[in-house]
Design a protein. Structure first.
Length: 425
């Protein structure tokens, strides 16, 4: 069955899709799908001066945001194998510029479209010593050719949900074709391993954890920002990466809670229209707003601080007594791992099941309190109640609660080191 599916994919489906993509690339279509298609078709690689074509390479593939899982491995691989090029491939150009600015990456560009001749050309060009896939996005043709050319290949920080396992025989057959060519899979959890084995993945699977925990703590230590001093007369609520759907719930609750809380709001899309809309809302409630860019070196007093610059939100979570992560009243939540890494309780809207950490920490209570470390809310009223609850946690208990979360997060760290021990060169 699997070889029939793979043969259809290899000789009919993908060549047909490739031909269609070539035709569509001639059109001036403007959306993310066609931008990704054109990115892959152009096949433009960016080489740093450190790239040496005479050296062997270590390949790391990340679809897009999965590059955050790869960074900790890249750093350590660069330290332990300075004689190898680090070559990163992407499926989307959304993080291309960010990867290009990483000094430990020697070359970055689009992953080859999974056609036999394109994959073969790519593997020959970079002379890989080992090839790693971050989290997902292993393609059948490249995994087959890696195996045929005796290049060790691995999937790390792998996740595979029960819903993915139930997507159907055809997709599961392609998944097996791709994954069973690898040398080993390093899964995040026992349930990921169980789900992979349930669809017939037969290569060794070890449960080694999630390397992104190592990345977020590295970022916390190594990317300091020059922030103004935070006020300490009230507790601070930090809302990160908010969309209008989130703000419709948050802003009324924050206006009603202004006697005990200040708020920091970081919109996901920093536009003048968004900033003015938030400012007008709070001005109607007689609350003072300020923009972060205007108070960096001033001791301004504010009720609501609006983050009008990218790159500051991560460290502003350190101010929080309670954080909110946006997208969760729109369609899917952004990363709750960032505020958790500052040992802060987090609340989210109803659309948070896309995030593994949100699901995990939603089940863990804060000490003896009924609230959990990630608390789901569904309305303005529920947020008002949660703000009241957190405002009344005694300061004497704060350190004990923080220590609990520190210990929980410590148990998730060092997946990078565990992963490296399983990779053979």
């Amino acid at each position: 069955m699997d070889w029939i599916v793979f043969s259809f994919y290899r000789y009919f489906l993908l060549p047909g899709v490739y031909t269609l993509a070539r035709l569509l690339s001639l059109l001036s279509l403007k959306n993310k799908l066609f931008e990704s298609i054109q990115f892959r078709l152009r096949n433009e690689f960016h080489h740093r001066p450190t790239f040496n074509p005479d050296r062997r390479s270590v390949g790391i593939h990340a679809a897009s945001g999965e590059i955050e899982y790869a960074y900790p491995l890249i750093r350590k691989l660069k330290e332990s194998h300075p004689d190898c090029n680090i070559v990163v491939t992407l499926s989307s150009m959304s993080v291309l510029k960010a990867v290009m600015n990483q000094p430990m990456v020697d070359a970055v560009g689009p992953a080859p479209i999974d056609l036999a001749w394109l994959v073969n050309r790519f593997l020959k060009k970079y002379n890989f010593k080992v090839f790693l896939f971050a989290r997902t996005d292993v393609w059948p043709e490249i995994s087959l050719q890696l195996k045929q050319q005796h290049i060790p290949s691995y999937l790390f920080s792998a996740t595979f949900s029960e819903s993915s396992a139930n997507k159907g025989h055809w997709l599961n057959a392609l998944t097996r074709c791709a994954l069973n060519n690898l040398n080993k899979i390093m899964a995040v959890s026992a349930s990921d391993k169980k789900n992979l084995e349930a669809i017939g993945v037969a290569v060794p699977i070890d449960v080694l954890g999630d390397t992104r925990y190592d990345q977020v703590f590295f970022k916390k230590i190594n990317t300091k920002k020059d922030l103004p001093k935070s006020p300490n007369d009230k507790k601070i609520f930090v809302a990160g990466s908010t969309w209008p759907e989130d703000e419709a719930v948050l802003l009324p609750a924050l206006a009603k809670s202004a006697n005990t809380w200040r708020a920091v709001i970081a919109p996901h899309e920093v536009t003048e229209e968004t900033l003015i809309r938030i400012e007008l809302f709070f001005s109607k409630h007689k609350l003072k707003t300020a923009r972060l860019s205007k108070i960096k070196n001033l001791a301004d007093v504010w009720d609501i601080l609006i983050v009008d610059q990218y790159g500051y939100l991560f460290h502003l979570y350190d101010w929080a007594h309670l954080a909110f992560v946006g997208g969760s009243f729109k369609s899917k939540v952004h990363s709750v791992m960032e505020p958790l890494s500052f040992f802060k309780p987090v609340c989210v809207g109803p659309f948070h099941t896309n995030n593994r950490e949100a699901i995990e920490f939603e089940k863990i209570t804060m000490g003896t309190y009924p609230s959990t470390w990630v608390q789901a809310i569904h309305s303005t009223t529920e947020l008002e109640q949660l703000l009241h609850f957190h405002a009344n946690i005694p300061a004497t208990e704060h350190n004990a609660l923080t220590s609990q979360l520190k210990e929980l997060l410590h148990q998730h760290q060092n997946a990078t080191d565990r992963t490296l021990t399983q990779i053979s060169f």
